[in-house]
Ligand binder design. Structure first.
Ligand SMILES: C[C@@H](O)[C@H](N)C(=O)O
Ligand SMILES: C[C@@H](O)[C@H](N)C(=O)O
Lengths: 154, 154
């Protein structure tokens, strides 16, 4: 059968910033990312899950060498209360990539199940048509890559 | 200059399910998506932003004709308290796609700013290397597509 997963890319030494208790109203996301873009801070994964009672939280990943500059910038924003900003270093990104993933319901479940069996905690999830990405602890990356290669490449 | 954004795909009549107050421990995501996959329920976008004090929430989108079946399935799960499950119909997906997006900080900010100026609220965000996707209200899709075409295709 045609191999659906064609790659398992990883990236290490990633950090993330989470902003909790944001107003879920137009303009809030723009006010977070415009100043970062103006300073040339390259953001990688951006994730906002659905809000609850008018509030939401938003997380994004960036390289460790931009982390402090980004936090300082966000602390100066009059839209965000700095007690709602948290960050974490020492993360990694692992994905399964392939054009057939989208139409076959079990790929995400299989990826999550393999990570679970290897006791790898998933900190963030983001998907696109051809890719499922998990943010995990950097110290788990070798174990995670091993079990996913075994599952999808046999 | 080389055009970076090569497409603005949209999809309508989407619904989403959000599960709040999940334990942020290995296996929780697998226990949500394995039963859905076993029933052949195709999930599209999956988003989990970072947790807080050991808890997290997770949202995913699916077609409207699978919504009720998915909710019923989740209600039977012994891992999830059904009061933590919420859903919403009448949503749409809009993305900007292009290989150069990743290395130029400003694309996400520009997309969010244009949606904000058009008073379109962003309900979920998910990104990959070549794509930034927003989930918005289905009733906002025409306005959103118009302002993004104007910004990125001039
Ligand atoms: C939280 C943020 O995404 C907000 N809903 C906005 O549209 O900007
Ligand atoms: C919430 C869920 O993603 C959990 N952290 C897991 O690894 O399954």
């Amino acid at each position: 059968i045609r191999e659906v997963v064609t790659g398992i890319p990883t990236e290490r030494k990633i950090s993330k910033i989470t902003i909790n208790d944001l107003d879920d109203t137009p303009g809030v996301a723009a006010n977070i990312f415009m100043p970062l873009a103006n300073q040339g801070i390259n953001v990688d994964v951006i994730v906002q899950s659905a809000g609850n009672k008018g509030k939401t939280n938003l997380s994004f990943t960036l390289s460790e060498n931009h982390l402090n500059q980004a936090i300082e910038l966000l602390n100066t924003s009059n839209q965000i209360n700095s007690k709602n900003i948290s960050s974490e270093k020492g993360l990694a990104k692992i994905s399964i990539v392939g054009t057939g993933i989208q139409n076959q319901p079990g790929y995400a479940a299989k990826m999550f199940k393999n990570l679970a069996d290897a006791t790898v905690n998933i900190e963030m999830i983001t998907t696109s048509e051809i890719r499922i990405t998990c943010i995990i602890k950097d110290s788990d990356i070798e174990k995670a890559a091993q079990v996913l290669h075994k599952e999808f490449f046999g």
